[in-house]
Design a protein around this ligand. Structure first.
Ligand SMILES: Cc1cc2nc3c(=O)[nH]c(=O)nc-3n(C[C@H](O)[C@H](O)[C@H](O)COP(=O)(O)OP(=O)(O)OC[C@H]3O[C@@H](n4cnc5c(N)ncnc54)[C@H](O)[C@@H]3O)c2cc1C
Length: 508
């Protein structure tokens, strides 16, 4: 990594408070603020008690509780380099392959707790901001204060254990036009500045976890940003708290649920929500600005290792998710004793997915490369393979669950039916080979929610798009593959020996 500017930046905390890791109750209490969350035409007064949000909030709260379990302290936390408090392992700036393994162990613990079904658990952005701060020099392109700001911000979220969402992309109306040409002045941009900070207006999409987060990080998606002077007002990066005045979140509808977790175990517990952010003359203090009206800074940000570090988290999640789907599949087979060869072949496909993902994550850690300021960066290529291949693996895994579950997926009744007059009949026709109907129904409802429900559809969409336009990403990977030159040269060298072989075999 080319880090030519060698700045010696020390973090100077933005906020004196030193808290270290939070537990679930701390997290839930932190969401009870003045945030402007809109869904189904209403503004939500308190997301923590709203039926559309509270299941996922509890799932995230459980993750914070896990990191506070004294028995897991060494696995889930490390000692803050500035305060000495125990802070979340996902804030670490890894300095060795062993650090990457430790971080993955922590992330895998969280991901196993949610079956990999939540994409934007707080570790995702903790990892990315930690990576940005490790490469603070890239932010100095627009002025040294921006490099200092990213270091301070990293310390602030680490010491206060905050949950972040982020938004990298702008909505567009007419794809023939650049962001600064879009009609309706609806794309978020800087509208004015003062001695105290900047003001932004317009829309950013998509912010997954937005209503359940404490902070939002806004950065330009460098790979698709128009690097021209006209786009300057859009070339901005900053972070604000979710309850900042002048910012509202407009959410998609939540998934239809019955209100009973046995019926909709994923839809009810794991809807991390997606929202568009709408800014109206929203004030951002200078100390929270990381990039300001600077096209060169957008280009420079591409050198931040946040991409490979973020992919280390998402690949770990993919592994946990595929293991969870494999677990559902094996259980479906077990409860009906359907150990037929065609079924085993489908299970073997899932095994291949799991073991491929595990190997790719491991090799990214083992073959890590030196990064900025004494850190290491996971080797990007295997993680790129996960990003490229996982959407197809995931879609196939859902198809396998559908093949294995078949008609059972639609005959499993709700838990209310089991406790109704129809209960005795259901007890008989829904029973598994060796387990009672209620247990089999729970499993079947889970398989339905994972493979057929609205939740499952959104998961499929998420896997395709969460890290950007898959076609654009694939094109970049093809264009920039670093192993290509060596492979090409080997081919030319092979052809160069044709004459020698002529001589050796034909003597000509
Ligand atoms: C469930 C979900 C959650 C997400 N969460 C987040 C999040 O938390 N934070 C975040 O920053 N982003 C998030 N994303 C957004 C993601 O970053 C974007 O969806 C992704 O970058 C693609 O952008 P887009 O949706 O605007 O698609 P578009 O750019 O509109 O692309 C749509 C289609 O048009 C094609 N296309 C676009 N432009 C061209 C062109 N010029 N020529 C030819 N074809 C073109 C694309 O290949 C694609 O097939 C999320 C997305 C989803 C689906």
């Amino acid at each position: 990594m080319d880090m030519t500017i060698n700045m010696d930046i020390k973090s100077t905390a933005m906020n004196g408070a030193r808290k270290g890791v939070r537990n679930g109750a701390d997290y839930i209490a932190s969401l009870q603020d003045g945030r402007s969350v809109w869904i189904d035409g209403e503004r939500i007064k308190d997301v923590t008690v709203d039926r559309r949000f509270r299941g996922a909030i509890q799932s995230i709260a459980d993750l914070y509780d896990i990191q506070c379990d004294p028995a897991l302290s060494d696995k889930m936390t490390f000692t803050s380099p500035t305060s000495g408090a125990r802070v979340g392992m996902s804030f670490i700036q890894p300095r060795s392959a062993e650090d990457l393994r430790r971080r993955r162990d922590m992330m895998k613990t969280w991901m196993d707790a949610v079956g990999g079904m939540m994409g934007r658990t707080p570790d995702f952005l903790n990892v990315m901001v930690s990576a940005h701060a490790s490469a603070h020099e890239v932010f100095a392109v627009g002025g040294e204060r921006f490099a200092q700001n990213i270091v301070n911000y990293h310390e602030y979220i680490r010491e206060n254990d905050l949950a972040l969402t982020h938004s990298l992309v702008s909505p567009d109306i007419d794809k023939r036009k650049q962001m600064f040409e879009q009609p309706g002045e609806m794309v978020m941009r800087v509208v004015r500045e003062s001695d105290a900070g900047i003001y932004v207006s317009g829309a950013r999409s998509v912010a997954t976890l937005g209503p359940l987060a404490n902070e939002v990080l806004i950065m330009p998606a460098a790979a698709k940003f128009p690097l021209v002077a006209d786009a300057e007002a859009y070339a901005v990066g900053f972070a604000v708290s979710i309850d900042t005045p002048g910012m509202k979140m407009i959410c998609r509808p939540s998934y239809p649920t019955t209100g009973k977790f046995a019926n909709d175990p994923l839809s009810g517990r794991m809807d991390e929500m997606d929202a568009v952010l709408w800014f109206e003359d929203c004030f951002v203090p200078w100390e929270r600005v990381f990039m300001y009206r600077n096209i060169k800074a957008v280009e420079a940000a591409m050198k931040s290792p946040s991409g490979p570090h973020g992919s280390h988290q998402s690949a770990t999640r993919s592994l946990a998710k595929m293991e969870f789907l494999l677990g559902i599949a094996y259980n479906l087979v077990e409860v009906s004793h359907s150990h037929f060869p065609n079924v085993m072949v489908q299970l073997a496909e899932l095994v291949a997915f799991v073991e491929t993902l595990r190997a790719l994550v491991r090799v990214a850690e083992i073959d890590c490369i030196p990064g900025p300021n004494g850190t290491v960066v996971p080797y990007e290529q295997p993680l790129n393979v996960v990003r490229a291949q996982y959407p197809a693996m995931h879609a196939r895994a859902l198809e396998i669950l559908q093949f294995l579950g078949a008609g059972n997926l639609v005959v499993a009744p709700s838990v209310e039916d089991l406790h109704s007059e129809s209960g005795p009949a259901i007890e008989r026709y829904c029973a598994g080979a060796d387990i009672p109907a209620e247990r089999r129904m729970q499993l079947t409802r889970l398989a339905w929610d994972a493979s057929c429900s609205s939740f499952a559809g959104r998961q499929n969409l998420y896997e395709k798009f969460f890290s950007g336009d898959p076609w654009r990403n694939a094109a970049m990977r093809g264009e920039r593959y670093p192993g290509a030159r060596e492979a090409q040269d080997r081919v030319w060298a092979f052809l160069d020996r044709n004459g020698e072989w002529e001589q050796r075999i034909n003597g000509a």
